[in-house]
Design a protein around this ligand. Structure first.
Ligand code: SF4
Length: 387
């Protein structure tokens, strides 16, 4: 049976508050029966509280409604995020007073509170899951949908994958891109040619490796797979290969599965807000122009289904190319608009495919619109010229 994903569109028919996103979030909270499910539970509301001067993370008004629903149901909520983002959240409007519950760092102020999980994957052996997350008995995964420089897109999976582990694991996950070799020095012994490969990238994605002078290193975040470097590099010396790009997405699926494995069945709910979708993630500490029109709010028990639904709905829009930063380049119009922006190998669906293989959910879903947008019927009028 397909999973249900509840959806409230950002679009309204009438200029009435009940047709806007906070009211539609309330309907989704009802449809997911959140109040009935949290009695006596310690509820971790995992969100990204942003960084420095970013303002596109989920507005406190939405968070407060989630917190209130948990309290109404007899649960004990707390909002949580990684330590460096929780520090100074008040600068971005998140306080215990505005949200209605405490805000805690996921792994303690020094990221020393965690549980270890063994699972070999590429360069990673041990995954350190944040203590405040693992200790909670119920998880509300409250995610902001936006672009991401490593994998094209970030939402429900990424909020857990990177936000529920300590910094050491987060860094190791980013390094999975580099595990499979992509630079073969013996095929390019000439130092001038190496220099030309570096200079061929208009985005500064290729640099000399810090450890072995003369070797090349790819900053995957900056690479949109345009292929210019491949025209300069001797055959077989330099690869732009899916295996490197997909590694991070598989790491995200594994990390999310670690976190979700610490909750009993039915004790995790995912809510995603697809508004002010910027080119890159909220970790950057600033807010760029939105590159997709606001889509709406999603809610589901199924993390695979909710990310797929968010991708399918946002994928029906076109990239707002006039809002793309001038340092970026759209060289393909194939696939999801986030691939137009970040390149074809940053396929945002990949994380959901890996997640499904790990048994976290289903790509088959039913999108249930909690308040379908009506076609507003204007009353018939006699034509009167405005002149
Ligand atoms: S594929 Fe394009 S963006 Fe990526 S490293 Fe090569 S030149 Fe740079």
């Amino acid at each position: 049976m397909p999973s249900q994903v509840f959806f409230g569109s950002a679009r309204q028919a009438r200029l009435e508050g009940r047709e806007t996103l906070p009211a539609k979030l309330d309907l989704i909270i009802d449809r997911l029966h959140i109040r009935d499910r949290v009695k006596g539970e310690t509820v971790a509301i995992k969100m990204h509280t942003g960084h420095t001067i970013g303002y596109s993370t989920i507005h406190p008004l939405f968070v407060r409604r989630m917190v209130q629903a948990v309290k109404d149901g007899g649960g004990k909520p707390f909002v949580t995020d990684v330590g460096w983002d929780v520090h100074a959240t008040e600068e971005r409007g998140y306080t215990a007073e505005t949200l209605g519950c405490p805000i805690y760092p996921t792994a303690g102020v020094d990221e020393k509170y965690y549980y270890e999980h063994e699972r070999p994957f590429k360069n990673i052996r041990t995954w350190k899951v944040a203590g405040m997350i693992q200790d909670a008995s119920f998880l509300l995964n409250l995610a902001h949908v936006k672009g991401h420089p490593s994998c094209g897109f970030g939402a429900a999976f990424k909020n857990l994958a990177l936000g529920c582990v300590v910094g050491e694991t987060r860094s190791a996950m980013h390094d999975t891109n580099h595990f499979d070799p992509y630079w073969f020095a013996d095929k390019c012994p000439d130092m001038d040619t190496r220099r030309r490969i570096i200079e061929s990238c208009p985005f500064g994605a290729i640099v000399e490796d810090k450890k072995w002078s003369g070797d090349l290193h790819l900053h995957f975040e900056q690479c949109n797979q345009c292929g210019r470097c491949l025209k300069v590099a001797p055959a077989g010396s330099w690869k732009i290969d899916p295996v490197n790009f997909y590694a991070f997405q598989e790491a995200c699926a594994i990390s999310a599965s670690m976190t979700l494995s610490t909750f009993a069945p039915g004790k995790a709910v995912h809510i995603s807000l697809a508004t002010h979708m910027t080119p890159v993630c909220d970790c950057f500490g600033f807010t760029g122009m939105p590159v997709l029109p606001d889509a709406g709010v999603f809610g589901s028990d199924d993390i695979v289904a909710i990310d797929r639904a968010a991708l399918d709905v946002t994928g029906r829009s076109r990239l707002i190319e006039e809002s793309v930063p001038t340092c970026m380049e759209v060289h393909t119009r194939q696939g999801h608009p986030f691939q137009w922006l970040h390149g074809p190998l940053k396929d945002p669906y990949k994380v959901t495919e890996y997640g499904e293989q790990l048994g976290l959910g289903s790509h088959e879903y039913e999108l249930v619109d909690v308040l379908p947008v009506e076609q507003y019927a204007r009353p018939a009028v006699t034509y009167i010229s405005a002149n």
